[in-house]
Design a binder for this molecule. Sequence first.
Ligand code: SF4
Length: 95
Amino acid sequence: MCGACCRTFPVLVSIGDAAREPRIRAESLRLPEWQRSEEWEFQLHPLPFQRGCAFLADDDRCVVYGTRPGVCRRFQAGTPECAEARRREGLPPLP
Ligand code: SF4
């Protein structure tokens, strides 16, 4: 809900993610061929002139939450990675 992870860490997503959420193709950069893998095909963050993921709304909510990429589904609130993202945003860790 804070969006800290969506602004802090690179968001690299797969072809399967783009099949589930077609807006990914329009809002991302396709990785160069040498960087692509089964898991990494498109880059949603960082992108030029954007502070966070292309799908992060002004109210810090994900506009594609129901069809969000697998990497976002696996990220868990309250983990050390979550605390690090929040620290970089000037937020305290979640209780
Ligand atoms: S797709 Fe949604 S949950 Fe994933 S990084 Fe972007 S805004 Fe955050």
